[in-house]
Ligand binder design. Structure first.
Ligand SMILES: [Zn+2]
Length: 325
């Protein structure tokens, strides 16, 4: 997740509207949003999502740590550790039968890369997409931020392959570059889609930091139907959730949301401080950050709570199996 102080207060659209008003131009035509996703009508016959082995997710995190160790301690945009991370994820997906593509862009004078993986089949006019950012900050290996989300959606994608899932809707996964520089990769991806291609994405689910060591269970409250899918899952586990506010607009779902695509996601907390009430319901330490190593060199493979990582990864699988059926 990107730093709060880099957050833009004015969207490009708002800036254009303001400029248009100043110049006496007509306001831009607002694009019709795609129809809202209907997730409440999921049939009872929907295939059951598998339990995602947390050991497998942790193995990917171990690989990200090793990649950082071998490449100057990070996996940041413009550094060798980023592309090596992308090659690792792509190799797993290619071997599992995904159709992958690497999208290049330039940011801060360096080449950045997005990895897009499509699971063949399903109705592409109703694509369900899950994404995470694969870059770390310069300061550390970024295992929780956002190795956790990257590994979580990778292992879920591999579970799709293991199950030989034939979902009614098309499934797509995305690993974005240069998120930490201002959502650069995800903006580039959304900008690269035509209006028709954007309209085919019925939902985008974002996972940025899902293994925080002093964890919380936060659900994005953007699209009500998508929020409900995650809340239903945690209700089954008797785990209370809260609305995600710390990362609002600070991760890769923002460009999708700005394009009118319904978005949702999960988050386990960054540098906000856990309250006593939160410690009571989730365990952990009150008065301490959810992730005291946020954007620091200590965001290593030991900076992960296995329980929250396991639950949130299972929730990703649950949501994708529900939404795509
Ligand atoms: Zn971050």
């Amino acid at each position: 997740m990107r730093m709060k102080h880099t957050r833009h207060t004015l969207t490009v659209g708002a800036a254009f509207a303001a400029a248009a008003m100043t110049l006496g131009l007509a306001a831009p035509t607002v694009q019709a949003a795609p129809p809202a996703t209907s997730t409440t009508s999921a049939t009872p016959s929907a295939a059951t999502a598998p339990d995602i082995p947390v050991a497998n997710v942790k193995a990917h995190l171990g690989q990200f740590q090793q990649i950082a160790d071998a490449n100057g301690g990070n996996r940041a945009h413009g550094h060798a550790g980023y592309k090596t991370s992308l090659d690792y994820v792509k190799g797993k997906l290619d071997a599992a039968g995904f159709t992958t593509s690497v999208q290049e862009f330039t940011s801060s004078g360096a080449t950045g890369y997005n990895l897009i993986a499509d699971w063949p089949g399903g109705d592409t006019t109703k694509t369900v997409m899950a994404g995470a950012h694969l870059d770390s900050v310069d300061e550390g290996p970024g295992v929780n931020d956002d190795g956790s989300g990257s590994a979580g959606i990778l292992e879920t994608a591999l579970a799709v392959s293991r199950d030989r899932l034939k979902p009614a809707k098309h499934l797509r996964f995305g690993w974005f570059g240069a998120e930490e520089l201002g959502l650069v990769g995800s903006k580039h991806y959304v900008d690269s889609l035509s209006a028709a291609e954007r309209a085919k994405i019925s939902s985008y689910l974002n996972f940025d930091m899902i293994g925080s060591p002093n964890p919380g269970y936060f659900v994005y409250d953007d699209d009500p139907a998508l929020e409900k899918v995650f809340k239903d899952y945690f209700t089954k586990l008797s785990i209370p959730t809260e609305v995600e506010t710390e990362g609002d607009g600070r991760s890769d779902h923002a460009p999708f949301k700005d394009a009118g695509i319904p978005v949702g996601g999960l988050f386990s907390g960054a540098d906000y401080i856990k309250t006593p009430a939160q410690a009571q319901k989730w365990g952990g330490t009150a008065g301490k950050a959810f992730d005291a190593c946020y954007h620091r060199s200590c965001d290593t493979s030991t900076n992960i709570d296995d329980t929250v990582l396991g639950h949130q990864t299972d929730a990703i699988a649950y949501a994708l199996w529900q939404l795509a059926s």
